[in-house]
Design a protein around this ligand. Structure first.
Ligand code: AMP
Length: 379
């Protein structure tokens, strides 16, 4: 087994404890595949789950003990939900903050919705990182034609223009190669409030899956290397091909972020890095934080004693964190759109673990499942 990466204990602010013992119920906001895998992990620990989602027959709802199908702005449904669960968590970051504020008056929510407020707005997120001395791509806010030209001047070209809110998997983004393309790029984003970022020539994209328990303990899984296709995560490989120093710096950065947010639960932190080499300048910049379990941590289901999903449940329920040591090298491949129909060939591969999400409708680029290939540690 490779050794788990653990950070040294830091000075930690107090966390209000919420112990949920086996038999207790965890409420989950969101009904997607992350909620489904959280639910399956909860069941393994003897916990019940109650999914709250506007979606009917959702991937998570199919496997949970209880489901509320209602909108995030339905106070009566939210109040009933709060009454029957012991703690609330979330599986995606675009839950309205009014919803979490309403729930928070009635029941414990973990992770603290402060993390949602930071992650929902790219400008707030980048400012938070910068204020805490964490390196990011140079950036500037864009809200008017004047601020766009000032941002282009400050950041330079090439650059990436990103809407502040609701962008994911490359949606709401435009690459600007020359200054004159900037106004057209912003027009094509409906002049939504945006952020201009310098285009970073990184060697690879990596992520840290970090967890913090209610007792302040921190555990990180081995660094993952992510390969995107058409802006969507295609593959995660572990170990990442980065130097020991970069791996440790990534762990330290992730630890800093979860402590500063007084975070309890699992968080995915995406970073730009360099591949090792004599001329590599040791780049490490945070691109994005996801205050939830993360696609690039799915491999932990098959390669670690405690998966990211179980770890999240342990953390928010006030249990000790579990082991993160990796027993294999892994390649996790997302099954997008029609790819899941190859399920029989994956099922025949003795080194592959197949996970399908039970989604009702197959759409191009939609995450329908994933497959994890387990390889020897020395491969
Ligand atoms: P994001 O939605 O911010 O995660 O961006 C989606 C993908 O676009 C990232 O995974 C990168 O591959 C690429 N990207 C985002 N920001 C930058 C940047 N500043 N420089 C270069 N590539 C970027």
């Amino acid at each position: 087994m490779s050794s788990p990466i653990k950070s040294s204990p830091a000075t930690l602010p107090p966390i209000s404890p919420s112990l949920v013992a086996p038999g207790g119920t965890v409420g989950i906001l969101g009904g997607g595949q992350l909620g489904r895998m959280l639910t399956l992990a909860a069941a393994e620990l003897g916990l019940k789950t109650h999914i709250y989602t506007p979606e009917s027959k959702s991937p998570a709802g199919q496997v949970a003990n209880c489901v509320t199908e209602a909108g995030y702005e339905d106070p009566a449904a939210l109040a009933r939900f709060a009454e029957v669960v012991d703690v609330v968590t979330y599986e995606f970051e675009n839950i309205p903050l009014q919803t979490t504020a309403f729930l928070q008056e009635r029941v414990a929510i973990q992770p603290d919705p402060l993390a949602l407020a930071v992650a929902q707005d790219r400008l707030t997120e980048k400012n938070f990182l910068q204020q805490n001395g964490i390196a990011t791509a140079p950036f500037a806010a864009v809200s008017t034609d004047l601020s766009l030209s000032e941002a282009v001047e400050r950041v330079g070209c090439p650059a990436v223009l990103k809407t502040r809110r609701l962008g994911y998997d490359g949606k709401g983004q435009r690459v600007i190669r020359e200054v004159r393309q900037a106004p057209g790029a912003w027009d094509s984003l409906q002049k939504a409030p945006a952020l201009l970022e310098a285009f970073i020539e990184f060697g690879c994209e990596i992520s840290v899956i970090a967890a913090r328990g209610q007792d302040g303990a921190i555990a990180c899984y081995d660094i993952a290397q992510n390969i995107h296709a058409n802006h969507i995560l295609h593959q995660t490989r572990v170990p990442a091909r980065v130097s020991e120093e970069t791996a440790q710096a990534a762990i330290n950065t992730a630890t800093d972020i979860i402590v500063k947010l007084n975070y309890v639960g699992v968080m995915g932190i995406e970073m730009f890095a360099d591949l090792p080499g004599p001329d590599a300048p040791n780049l490490l910049m945070v691109n994005e934080i996801a205050p939830r379990v993360h696609n690039s941590g799915h491999w932990t289901l098959d390669a670690c004693p405690v998966s990211q999903f179980e770890q999240h449940m342990r953390a928010i329920c006030g249990w000790p964190l579990g082991g993160t040591a990796r027993a294999h090298n892994v390649v996790m491949t997302n099954l997008l759109g029609e790819e899941w129909r190859q399920w029989r060939s994956y099922a025949q591969d003795p080194n592959a673990s197949l996970h399908l999400y039970g989604k009702k409708e197959t759409r191009p680029g939609r995450k329908m499942g994933h497959v994890t290939e387990l390889l020897p540690l020395d491969s």
